[in-house]
Design a protein around this ligand. Structure first.
Ligand code: PHE
Length: 442
């Protein structure tokens, strides 16, 4: 086998993994889900899941990927074989499912970057902004066109190989995005009337927690950390043995959670200050933030910067959603990177068209009481990713525990004091807790 591409440095890997984790999940999904699920209690549940189960699954994926040095299917086969490679297969399928709707929302961010330049969004009237979003989302050609544009940008990067494009882009752009999100959060929390939003976000009211809330928080933890489908297995397969995996997993997790919390502080105070509805759903960020920009000097510039950077954050995640699929097609089906990328991308784009139409012409089509985009998101985040997480932790906990611990310690180079706790979580806590939440959710 030819030598596999590897990340140049540990920092490069941290940024690429953080680039995968930080995306629409943090800045688009997290604030609106918090809004729909009652605020502070959702935040507490989310952070609890991230720090226990999320961190453990991430380390499990890192260990599998780096030990296996292959795509998700091949990595399971290299470590154990039997029926386990099917877990990688589930991840490959999840890649198609997730990117199908992710690229639709990615298209929205591109469209909004352009609209903000034209001044079409310069208003702080909820009615006007709501109507602008509604009109955009209802125009099938616009939405599908931007969906295609976002997909093409993703594929160009993936076709060129992740290492140079993504590693470099993440290094420059992630710090700018962080800075901008902090500036906007400061602006949002100092708006008149922001206090109610801050209280909503930070004061947990557990009397409002239902199984749906718990299930939503768990799904969001998997989605936001890019877990359960082999993204982190694939990225870690491009990693050298000397990198300290537990430390890296902790850093990526903290970066991702930090972005989500700051995004919450950026959106939710503004929601209350301007009298929007926190439970407005997927449009929340797109409707609320323009009102914040309208309150700022050089608002159009900030609006453009924000949506452009959000598009880039989404791109670095989109790349990581399709990379497991592409690496599977290359390793296992002997396709060229180029054919694998464009083939998988075309299929995914077509799969996404119903989601693209689902807030416009097809808004009355529902699956299990949800619009199509929401339903596909639910299938991925609340069923496929948690199921993948259960199987991945069972694999590490029961099937290859000794090998996984050795890998997590880089063969002894980086002693990992919590190895026993980690294996205990993988054996019992994570599979049982995730299964329990999933069963209650259904
Ligand atoms: N974590 C990404 C985000 O928050 C989405 C993602 C999910 C990426 C699954 C890879 C795998 O936007």
């Amino acid at each position: 086998m030819a030598k596999r591409d590897h990340f140049a440095t540990r920092l490069g890997f941290v940024l690429a993994a953080a680039g995968s984790a930080v995306g629409l999940g943090n800045i688009w999904k997290f604030p609106f889900m918090t809004g729909q699920n009652g605020g502070g209690a959702f935040l507490v549940l989310y952070v609890a899941f991230v720090l226990t189960i999320g961190l453990s699954v991430m380390l499990a994926e890192f260990a599998i990927g780096r030990a296996g040095q292959r795509n998700p299917v091949g990595a399971f086969r290299a470590l154990k074989g039997g029926a386990w490679p099917a877990v990688g297969g589930l991840g490959v399928i999840a890649g198609f499912v997730i990117l199908s709707f992710y690229s639709v929302v990615g298209g929205w961010t591109l469209a909004y970057a352009i609209k903000s330049v034209s001044g079409a969004l310069a208003s702080n009237d909820p009615k006007i902004l709501g109507a602008a979003f509604g009109a955009f989302i209802a125009d099938p050609l616009d939405v599908i066109g931007f969906h295609a544009a976002f997909m093409v940008l993703t594929l160009v990067i993936v076709a060129g190989g992740v290492r140079h494009g993504i590693e470099r882009a993440a290094r420059i752009l992630m710090p700018i995005l962080a800075l901008l999100v902090i500036v906007l959060a400061v602006r949002a929390v100092t708006l008149d009337g922001a206090a109610k939003g801050i209280a909503f976000f930070l004061t947990p009211d557990f009397s409002r927690v239902t199984w749906d809330t718990v299930n939503a928080a768990l799904g969001q933890a998997f989605f936001s950390l890019s877990l359960g489908m082999g993204t982190m297995i694939t990225y870690a397969s491009y990693l050298d043995r000397q990198v300290n995996l537990p430390k890296t997993a902790a850093q990526v997790t903290l970066l991702d959670t930090g972005f989500a919390v700051i995004a919450g502080l950026m959106v939710l105070p503004a929601v209350f200050a301007f009298g929007f509805d926190p439970a407005a759903g997927p449009g929340l960020t797109f409707i609320t933030l323009p009102a914040v920009f309208a309150q700022m000097p050089a608002g159009a510039l900030f609006a453009f910067l924000f949506f452009a950077l959000l598009a880039i954050a989404a791109l670095t995640s989109a790349v990581s959603i399709i990379e497991p699929v592409v690496s599977y097609l290359i390793d296992e089906r002997k396709m060229s990177r180029r054919a694998a990328t464009w083939g998988a991308g075309a299929v995914t784009w077509a799969l996404g068209v119903p989601s693209a139409l689902s807030l416009g012409p097809w808004k009355d089509v529902t699956v299990g009481g949800k619009g199509i985009l929401d339903a596909v998101d639910y299938l991925a985040s609340n069923i496929m990713l948690p199921l993948g997480g259960i199987l991945i932790t069972l694999f590490v906990g029961w099937s290859v525990a000794a090998r996984a611990v050795d890998e997590a310690q880089s063969g002894g180079a980086h002693p990992f004091a919590l190895a026993k706790v980690w294996i205990f979580i993988c054996r019992f806590v994570a599979p049982a807790a995730v299964a329990w939440v999933m069963i209650q959710g259904l």
